[in-house]
Design a protein around this ligand. Structure first.
Ligand code: BV8
Length: 241
């Protein structure tokens, strides 16, 4: 098992003002492909065709075929020990804040409450005319691309590249990062902004910055502690849950 310092164990034992940012890596052991690892989502599809408003405008059918396939894939996945450890830690520490870039809903499925969703939700859709958003868990979708009752195209209610993040979520996330005494960056390549700026922000405000990943990332040199290992194996030990 990966080495964990006595200092970190002491800080987490006290458990005050802990915050965590998760990325696709925490869902890898649930069977959800990551984006940038080999065999990941971006492997054979281009980012710009699938995760941008321009790509959607150009070919909504192609984008929805990709999201429908992801919805189907994710609906067959269950939270893993990493998700469950964070949910348990959150129940025992009311000031714990969990921030995620993931849209797979596995933190909520594991029992985490109040998850800050930076990039939206795979199982919510938004009307391109009315702007209204609602839950839609139909798998597979009955028609591609799906349409609103008003006749307009529906889009996935996620944040694409070039789109601003939900204002409330970003405010909550930056507040949590500033206040944190321990900031855990878990399973993220730390490449996508503004989410990737959160660990740096936490550190600037005095947090003990911990990175949990199976490989080093651009964040690693800044981290006070790097724990190399799979999240599902590291987190139950690290969080004592
Ligand atoms: C924004 C959609 C303001 C939802 C995603 C030019 C023009 C416009 C913007 C930009 C620009 N240049 C840069 C930007 C900013 C841009 C950006 O950061 N680009 C990067 C690529 C350089 N950001 C944006 O556009 C954001 N908006 O800035 O708005 C603005 C507006 C207009 C103009 C200018 C600025 C929007 C960002 C959100 C994009 N949407 N997805 C979806 O369909 O999912 S991002 C996509 O990447 C995913 O959502 C994911 O959340 C995110 C980050 O990826 P990770 O989660 O880190 O996953 P990844 O595969 O990369 O890494 C997995 C990691 O896990 C690896 O490190 C691996 O080692 C590790 N791992 C694997 N297995 C395990 C593990 N770790 C632990 N255990 C394991 N078992």
């Amino acid at each position: 098992m990966a080495a964990i310092s006595a200092r970190l164990r002491d800080l987490l034992g006290r458990g005050r003002r802990v915050a965590a940012l998760t990325g696709a890596g925490i869902s890898a052991e649930s069977g959800v492909p990551t984006f940038r690892s080999p065999g990941g989502f971006w492997d054979n599809e281009s980012l710009l065709d699938l995760a941008t408003p321009q790509g959607f405008a150009r070919d909504p059918r192609r984008v929805w075929a990709w999201y429908d396939a992801r919805r189907r894939q994710v609906s067959g996945c269950a939270p893993n020990a990493g998700h469950l450890a964070l949910a348990s830690f959150g129940r025992n520490h009311p000031d714990f804040r969990l921030i995620t870039q993931n849209v797979d809903g596995l933190h909520a499925a594991a029992g985490s409450a109040g998850v800050i969703l930076l990039h939206g939700d795979l199982f919510r859709v938004r009307c391109t005319e009315e702007g209204t958003s609602r839950e839609d868990r139909r798998v597979p979708l009955p028609e591609i691309p799906p349409r609103c009752a008003c006749g307009a195209l529906l889009r996935p209610d996620v944040v694409w590249f070039g789109e601003v993040l939900p204002e409330g979520a970003m405010q909550e996330a930056t507040g949590a990062a500033r206040r944190s005494k321990v900031f855990l960056s878990i399973g993220t390549s730390a490449l996508v902004y503004p989410a990737a700026a959160l660990p740096e922000l936490a550190k600037r405000h005095g947090a003990y910055l911990v990175e949990i990943n199976v490989e080093e990332t651009p964040l690693s040199p800044l981290a006070d502690e790097l724990i190399l290992g799979p999240a599902a194996g590291v987190l139950p030990d690290l969080l004592g849950t």
